[in-house]
Design a binder for this molecule. Sequence first.
Ligand SMILES: *[C@@H]1O[C@H](CO)[C@@H](O)[C@H](O)[C@H]1NC(C)=O
Ligand SMILES: *[C@@H]1O[C@H](CO)[C@@H](O)[C@H](O)[C@H]1NC(C)=O
Ligand SMILES: *[C@@H]1O[C@H](CO)[C@@H](O)[C@H](O)[C@H]1NC(C)=O
Ligand SMILES: *[C@@H]1O[C@H](CO)[C@@H](O)[C@H](O)[C@H]1NC(C)=O
Ligand SMILES: *[C@@H]1O[C@H](CO)[C@@H](O)[C@H](O)[C@H]1NC(C)=O
Ligand SMILES: *[C@@H]1O[C@H](CO)[C@@H](O)[C@H](O)[C@H]1NC(C)=O
Ligand SMILES: *[C@@H]1O[C@H](CO)[C@@H](O)[C@H](O)[C@H]1NC(C)=O
Ligand SMILES: *[C@@H]1O[C@H](CO)[C@@H](O)[C@H](O)[C@H]1NC(C)=O
Ligand SMILES: *[C@@H]1O[C@H](CO)[C@@H](O)[C@H](O)[C@H]1NC(C)=O
Length: 821
Amino acid sequence: MSVTTAAGGLLLVIVQVIQGHSDYAVSYTSTEVCALRGSTVDLSCTYTYPLTGNDRGATVVESFWFIKKSNGVYVDVRSDPDYSDRVEYACENNNKCTLRIKDLRDSDASQYMFRFITNQPGEAFNASPGVTLSVADLQVQVSTLAIYSSMIVTELACQSSCRLPDHLTYIWYKNQQKKKEGESYSDRLNQTDSVSCAVKGHERISTPSVLMWSQRGYAVNFATPVICAFRGSTVDISCTYTYPHTVYDHARRVYHDTTVMDSFWFIHNRTQVDLRSVPDSSSRVEYLCGNNKCTLRIKDLRESDATRYKFKFITNQPEGSFTSLSGVTLSVADPQLQLRVRRSVSQDCAWTELTCHSSCPLSESVSYVWYNNGERVGEGTKYLLFEYFRPTDSYHCAIRGRKRIRSPSMSYPSDAPQTPSVSASPSGEIAEGHSLTLACTSAAKPAANYTWYKKNRDTLQFLTKEKRFLFRSIKSSDSGQYQCTAENYLGRNTANITISVKYTPRRPSVSVSPSGEIMEGSSVSLACSSDANPAAIHTWFKENRNGQHRVVREGTPFVFRSIQSSDSGQYHCRAQNKLGWSSHNISIAVSYAPRPPSVSVSPSGEIVEGSSVNLTCSTDANPAATCVWYKNQRLIKGAERSHFLSPVTSNDRGMYECKCENKHGCNFTSNFLNVHYAPKPPSVAASPSGELVKGSSVTLTCSTDANPAATYTWHKENSSSVKASGHTFTISDITAEHGGNYYCQVQNRYGHSNTSLKLFFAPVKSPYVNVNIIRPTLLIPLLVPVLVVTLYLRMKKSRSLKTEANEIVEMMEVRDDCSVY
Ligand SMILES: *[C@@H]1O[C@H](CO)[C@@H](O)[C@H](O)[C@H]1NC(C)=O
Ligand SMILES: *[C@@H]1O[C@H](CO)[C@@H](O)[C@H](O)[C@H]1NC(C)=O
Ligand SMILES: *[C@@H]1O[C@H](CO)[C@@H](O)[C@H](O)[C@H]1NC(C)=O
Ligand SMILES: *[C@@H]1O[C@H](CO)[C@@H](O)[C@H](O)[C@H]1NC(C)=O
Ligand SMILES: *[C@@H]1O[C@H](CO)[C@@H](O)[C@H](O)[C@H]1NC(C)=O
Ligand SMILES: *[C@@H]1O[C@H](CO)[C@@H](O)[C@H](O)[C@H]1NC(C)=O
Ligand SMILES: *[C@@H]1O[C@H](CO)[C@@H](O)[C@H](O)[C@H]1NC(C)=O
Ligand SMILES: *[C@@H]1O[C@H](CO)[C@@H](O)[C@H](O)[C@H]1NC(C)=O
Ligand SMILES: *[C@@H]1O[C@H](CO)[C@@H](O)[C@H](O)[C@H]1NC(C)=O
């Protein structure tokens, strides 16, 4: 057996017939059943199956009646909506099973088969061909005895369309009055008399009344006996009529063809006045007639139009005209609309059918509109939902174009599942790795079926058809919204529960922005993020030189408004919640232009001419800088970070600059290298120069190069006393006694030097003194009558030097403009 679902939402059973199994049998009480329409019928059978045996202790687990529908599928009668509420199954202990069908309809005529299933694998038995049920339709059958112009003498029989049991008694009614019991009925009947029959005991199910005149072929049929319409609308009242096409004239023994001379509608209690000639209605009335059909259309309906309308047609035959008996009753009032509901009983395939029912039949041109919560959802007499009622639904129908004519609202049935209560256990916080059960309960009659879903954005992911759903070891990804649906065939309701799984922070991710090289002074932001529940708190640590970590910032991002080189280093971000922590390391390297270089001189102390000295330049830069040395603004080739001078000469004294550069810039430091040395041989100048006259004066100036500056003393040969100190020596009022050898002696703590000069008198040619400058090697004392002063000068450019005894290297300036070179 396999079960599948058909388009109509019915449970289908595709039957695998086990044939020829003599141990199984079904015997139907009767295989042909005829029952009256509207009555209740029982179809029954008894079944047998092997009760004992070595391996067969079979019991019947399920039995039902089924039919084959017109579309070829087999259907359990109970699940067929055509039978809803009209069928019952009953099985007794003696294996007798009965199918009861109430309020029998023509459509119930079918073949009913019984099926039972045992607990043995594959053991199912279908009893074919089953019971053929026919639905009897009672009819009055007329055998005419004699026809007069206004009367028929007739004999009538009550006939069934299938063979009813023989012992039944029939009851006869004339004009709804009971007349007689018996097989047949004879009477004299006129045009308006009607006769019907019924089976005794089933009087409720009588035949339609047979109008006698119809026996001669005259009839007027109305689509509906009552019709209702609302004020201001247009209504169509229709009928069809029939008449004999030829009538035999007994007197003349000829046939006459029938012609309809006239036809019209009239109000039942008036004296058959054609409505078209009634002043009140003529302008609003219209006939649409032809082909034995005639429609009365009344527009702009008023309450006064509510009455019974009849139809009359007049022929050329002797018996003349035919007037409809009943007519159509029109009521002009707002119809009472009601909702009727049918639902599928199988929860595998939910549907709900709503029908809009009017208390009185409305014209065919009237249609309905459907609303759910006031919003238009469809049109038509029926509205089909492909699911069950939801608690939020509230349906009503209304007449199209007349919203106010509406049914009461139909909302969620009270026995449908109530809002489920959903819970998670254990309650409280849910930590990753633990187990968790979701449970759902809802009051409903019949008991609800449950379905658990997980919501993934807009879709629902099916989990289970159980009340409970278990997570053995819950994961963080299981966090989210869950929905439980409870449903029975009356409706569907849902409830949601949110699960939040707590877990330790995942390894954080750290980002540096802006990305790329980090320039000193720029603004840098370190962001740390980690997935955690509850949300993690972020803390930044920095590693110091000793490898220890200390907190530098709480929270993220960590912003350096103006990052410094000192901010370089190893950082880590720790993401922490109460369940634990994890961290991520990041190394920050700040780039910067070289710092002003620092210069060291080794050995330290005074630099004395002749010694060795090592100048070393170093700077702080990232990336590392290259440094070069300049002396007096000229690049010293071959010198890099260190510049070695050996031996140091006084010429090495001067301004040294170390310039360091990387791609971000350059910087340099200027230093003065102070070399100490003994005085160089001095030079002497006289002023005025040339010849001096006796009694004039002369100023001798002695110059030397020394560091520190030399002290000057003036001496005269064979004279022990110092003649003067300071680098000028003025002799005034010159006399012969002034002649002689003079020395200018220069001295500092590194040494001394002297220069001699000779003052002598030349033969007097004029009263002037000659001052001659002579080379020291030519220093020969000469006595001349005229005093002539000769100076030996060794000229050297003099410089004004700043000296401080203990200072060797003096920083003169720091420049940050490297473009000079
Ligand atoms: C027909 O007969 C019934 C009595 O059976 C009588 O009441 C009725 O008036 C008659 N109708 C006509 C049109 O003769
Ligand atoms: C027709 O019958 C209705 C009640 O059935 C009555 O109210 C009305 O007055 C009658 N009309 C005539 C013209 O007799
Ligand atoms: C609903 O539940 C009933 C019994 O609880 C079960 O027989 C039926 O198959 C269920 N239907 C669905 C659609 O799960
Ligand atoms: C549950 O979630 C669904 C879908 O998001 C929503 O339509 C429904 O209103 C929710 N139910 C409750 C009780 O919150
Ligand atoms: C981060 O640095 C610390 C200290 O240096 C070390 O203990 C830890 O293992 C590092 N973590 C990672 C993920 O490298
Ligand atoms: C030289 O260093 C100083 C101090 O660090 C700095 O302010 C200056 O910008 C640097 N010069 C250049 C050209 O980078
Ligand atoms: C000069 O000093 C530097 C740095 O201290 C050193 O590397 C270099 O060898 C020294 N030069 C000499 C010649 O001593
Ligand atoms: C200085 O004395 C020396 C010897 O004592 C002598 O030879 C010399 O001539 C003297 N010089 C002068 C200029 O008197
Ligand atoms: C001058 O210098 C010479 C050569 O160094 C030296 O012999 C002489 O004694 C010096 N004279 C004086 C007065 O210092």
